[in-house]
Ligand binder design. Structure first.
Ligand SMILES: *Cc1c(COP(=O)(O)O)cnc(C)c1O
Length: 427
């Protein structure tokens, strides 16, 4: 499609958008009486209007039923997480028994590493991406130290080549082969938070398994953003937060995947009563008998007030399906890219270098843009004019035109504000 940077053209794309009704399902912060242009759904997704009812239901059940809500609420609390099995398994390409919701992301990755990072005398190394999200880096360091190894030796980061912004698949595979029989675990992001690069999880999993390692993924920026086939790809385990693309609200519950091949395995785990055999949970038996499925990794009583907004959102995703979201995602991201280049080509000395991969297979919703010739003042201008984005050192803004609620007109308006911001500053 040939794009045009005009209001008419943007509105025409909106009129054809099969998800356009969903924009009205979300609550936008206001700027001068208008919806902001929201580019940070990769950090905290907007609130769906239907979420409040899910939370109110729990509050009402608690008021009316108190302890009896565990069993007699309309959606009983004691097995509330089972309502996620259908919608979430569709979103991440899993079997219903392979997914669960609990805790928060970093906590879940730690718990999963207890089961899946099993260092031995020779095989003790972890492969991860260079500049992984800080929480992941701290997690790797502390896990490795917990097992008595030196992070400098046991953690192998896959680096970008000099002058390149993204990690090449061939370099990932080569490093996996090189570490070979010293490799215990590959734990990668599905989508890099900084560049928006989508990693080839199928190929990474294959390579990791060939080397005899376990392979897991941190899907914080992938869940609700890209197509996932965790079961088919044979991924061992994964976890994701729900507050980014999945719109569940600040700090809310995380999702986990454990491949069915591990459901009957005798693995280490940090157990608690919520992972115990469901029929016998309240018999208060002394010996732990885990549920054979991802639910077997549950530890505590469910945080139902945190799960309720996530359920509202998971059901919305299942209702729409990833296919439509991905189709719009690709088009609106391309439109944004087009607008960025329209604008920088008109302004001498300014170059918006998109460090996210150009090819559609390696990128999803996010464009990370290096603002050559501009600085933090441009970011501040955007923020004070109703464009919500974020800034990362040294000079990068990340723009995520989330397909669920972002319009093509937003992209046009953003372009106009961006241009004004640059021209105003040089005046
Ligand atoms: C957002 C994000 C996290 C956040 O972890 P929490 O435990 O939810 O605070 C972790 N890892 C990655 C890759 C992220 O993008």
């Amino acid at each position: 499609m040939t794009f045009q940077n005009t209001l008419d053209f943007a509105r025409q794309l909106d009129a054809q958008d099969e998800l356009k009704e969903y924009r009205n399902e979300f609550i936008f912060p206001q700027h001068n009486g208008k919806n902001v242009v929201y580019f940070t759904g990769n950090s905290l997704g907007l609130q769906p209007k239907r979420t409040k009812k899910y939370v109110d239901d729990i509050m009402n059940d608690w008021a009316n039923l108190a302890v009896e809500g565990h069993f007699y609420a309309e959606k009983p609390w004691w097995d509330y997480q089972e309502r996620f099995a259908q919608p979430l398994s569709k979103i991440v390409g899993a079997k219903p028994t392979e997914v669960t919701v609990m805790n928060t992301l970093t906590v879940n990755l730690h718990l999963l590493m207890v089961s899946f990072y099993k260092p031995e005398v020779k095989r003790y190394k972890i492969i991860c991406e260079e500049k992984a999200f800080p929480s992941d880096q701290y997690m790797f360091q502390s896990q490795v130290k917990f097992h008595g190894y030196d992070p400098k030796d046991a953690i192998v980061e896959i680096k970008r080549r000099e002058g390149e912004h993204n990690i090449r698949l061939e370099d990932i595979v080569a490093k996996i082969n090189e570490v070979g029989d010293e490799l215990a675990l590959v734990l990668f992001g599905g989508v890099n938070y900084y560049t928006g690069q989508v990693f080839d999880m199928k190929a990474i999993t294959e390579a990791g398994h060939k080397a005899g390692a376990i392979v897991g993924f941190d899907l914080a920026h992938a869940a609700g953003n890209i197509e996932l086939k965790l079961n088919e790809w044979n991924v061992d385990f994964a976890a994701w937060c729900s507050y980014k693309y999945m719109n569940s609200g600040p700090g809310n519950a995380s999702g986990c995947f454990v491949h069915e091949k591990h459901h009957y395995a005798d693995l280490n785990r940090f157990a608690g009563w919520w992972g115990h055999n469901k029929e016998r949970r309240f018999k208060m038996e002394p010996d732990f008998d885990p549920v054979h499925g991802a639910d077997g990794w549950q530890v505590s009583n469910l945080p139902v007030l945190s799960l309720a907004p996530y359920l509202a959102s998971a059901e919305m995703f299942a209702e729409v399906g990833m296919e439509k979201l991905i189709k719009k995602r690709d088009q609106i991201t391309s439109y944004l890219e087009f607008i960025l280049h329209e604008i920088d080509s008109q302004i001498p000395g300014t170059e918006f270098e998109i460090i996210t991969p150009e090819n559609q297979e390696e990128r999803a919703c996010q464009l990370s843009v290096f603002l050559h010739g501009q600085g933090r003042s441009l970011f501040d201008y955007l923020m004070s004019n109703g464009v919500i984005t974020d800034w990362r050192e040294p000079n990068v803004i990340r723009l995520a035109p989330v397909p669920f609620y972002t319009s093509y007109e937003d992209m046009y308006n953003f372009g106009q504000i961006l241009k004004e911001g640059i021209l105003n500053a040089s005046r």
